[in-house]
Design a protein around this ligand. Sequence first.
Ligand SMILES: [Zn+2]
Length: 243
Amino acid sequence: MAYRVKSTTNKKSKPRKFLVFSAHPDDLDFGCAGTIATLTAKGNEVAYCIITNGEKGTHKVSQTCEEMIAMREREQRAAGAIVGVSDIHFLRETDGDLEHTAELRRRLIRVMREVKPDVVLSADPGNHLFDSFGRFHRDHRITAEAVFDAIYPATASHAFFPELKQEDLLPHQMQGVWFFGTDRPNMFVDISKTIGKKLAALRAHESQIPDVKKMEERIRTRAKNEGKKKKMRYAETFRRLMF
Ligand SMILES: [Zn+2]
């Protein structure tokens, strides 16, 4: 389906809240920054949760791990500012060593219960082709599954992590999830007006983009190919799964 992002700028409709999960700084910008820019332009609220530091992303030998972490957070904040996002939760897990544990789920649920999103955006746990090294990075796979498991059944249930209630982090029922980077899209968002912002957000991850021109060509080609299927100039695709 072609999804039309609703405007909340008229007084009658309430802004909707979206929470986007990302294994590393930059994953969410590759996956859905055009959609995020479209959502914020229409008055919706968007928050990010970045799970690992991304400190093992290619870096100069002279740079310390701490410098790398600080730089990647700065880059993600700059990228967020371009698409209208300032509420960014950094969980600071170690890049490449992420494990799917109850503790990780507790940390994800904590953010979901704090932000109380109507819709979560995250990588698709349904992809299993292993046809690309980067796409199937271990942290991406673990993030996709852990976010799915945290959403259901735990975030909306009193029975999971009851200690969180003492911190006023009460169960929260969201409407559903939009999975980005999916092999089985059922939702197309027109990003013709926001592809420039997506490219600018990606350029903000300076340490990760060795060849800006090549990256921009790749992103435009992919968005154009997706758009063609629904007569849009540029599109991002999702697998939409609602409760
Ligand atoms: Zn990544």
